[in-house]
Design a protein around this ligand. Structure first.
Ligand SMILES: NC(=O)c1ccc[n+]([C@@H]2O[C@H](COP(=O)([O-])OP(=O)(O)OC[C@H]3O[C@@H](n4cnc5c(N)ncnc54)[C@H](OP(=O)(O)O)[C@@H]3O)[C@@H](O)[C@H]2O)c1
Length: 274
């Protein structure tokens, strides 16, 4: 274990079995107290058990990010463990419509915006006092100082860089999330809170592999064929692993990114040059 996040609390909202679990384990390895939050208690409990078995500190808290009362309850639960939150990662996601806009009803688009954008906003609003408690004011005499800041990281997607037909609903929500990140960075910067988004291309783990299995069965061929066909468009001819998405998030949470705010970091093995 290293201790770069020792004494710090990281809250992961929308902690799923792939990226969220890998991030939680990694943050705990770095010494953070990790709070994993989503709707499925059993999965959160498994993550907490895994972290504790590895010697880390973690708590589970159920939350529905679309429900303001539930998000308030999450903040109250977290406040029982700490009076300051160093990092908030928002990754809640539900599969969008994947149909052209002409066949997508507005209710589906609204649901995507509610979860991806308003969920991130209401969570950040609710945690702002706890995030602010970590920040320090700049000292103009200290030219080489790194003032303490807290960090919000929101999970967007490289879908913001393309307009493929079936991704319209997803693109609308994730592009609005990037805009939200910009505005929150401006609004919360004076309070010492940094806000950035990460835009993964793909996250290659069990979930994506299962989807590739589905595509291989539907269209013929093997998972390896689907992977190779997909990776063809990447400069590195491969897809980012969960760990390779987690590491840039860890960077944005860390003191190494103390002057980085209002940015979108695309992590896609070189599919888009932004
Ligand atoms: N996987 C990829 O290839 C990929 C590519 C680009 C971007 N991304 C982005 O990266 C992030 C993580 O992706 P992922 O594949 O790890 O996603 P994931 O496995 O679906 O995990 C996200 C979690 O969000 C939780 N969630 C859904 N609705 C929620 C709600 N109302 N309140 C609270 N939690 C909720 C779900 O858990 P519960 O059902 O238990 O609530 C789910 O496990 C997402 O924002 C996604 O858009 C992923």
């Amino acid at each position: 274990m290293s201790d770069s996040l020792k004494g710090k609390t990281i809250v992961i909202v929308g902690a799923g079995p792939g990226f969220g679990r890998t991030l939680a384990l990694r943050a705990a390895e770095e010494g953070a107290t990790v709070v994993v939050a989503a709707r499925t208690a059993s999965r959160l409990d498994e993550m907490v058990d895994e972290i504790r078995a590895a010697g880390g500190t973690a708590h589970a808290a159920t939350v529905d990010a679309t429900d303001p009362e539930s998000v308030r309850g999450l903040r109250e639960t977290v406040a029982q463990h700490t009076d300051a939150v160093h990092g908030l990662v928002y990754g809640a996601f539900a599969v969008p419509s994947m149909k052209p806009l002409a066949q997508t009803d507005h209710e589906q688009i609204s649901r995507g915006i509610d979860l991806s954008v308003l969920g991130a906003l209401r969570t950040t609003q609710e945690f702002t006092p706890l995030l602010e408690a970590c920040a320090a004011t700049a000292d103009v005499e200290q030219t080489d100082a790194v003032p303490a800041s807290s960090s919000v990281v929101m999970m967007a997607s490289a879908v913001i860089h393309h307009s493929r037909e079936r991704y319209a609903g997803y693109k609308i929500a994730k592009t609005a999330l990037v805009a939200l990140g910009h505005s929150l960075a401006t609004e919360l910067g004076p309070r010492g809170i940094r806000v950035n988004t990460v835009a993964p291309g793909y996250i290659y783990g069990d979930t994506l592999r299962s989807y590739f299995e589905h595509l291989a069965t539907k269209y013929g061929g093997t998972v390896e064929d689907v992977y190779a066909h997909t990776a063809e468009k990447m400069d590195l001819r491969r897809l980012p692993s969960e760990r390779e998405i987690v590491d840039p998030v860890m960077f944005l949470l860390s003191a190494a990114a103390s002057a980085v705010t209002g940015q979108t970091l695309t992590v896609d093995c070189g599919e888009f040059h932004t």
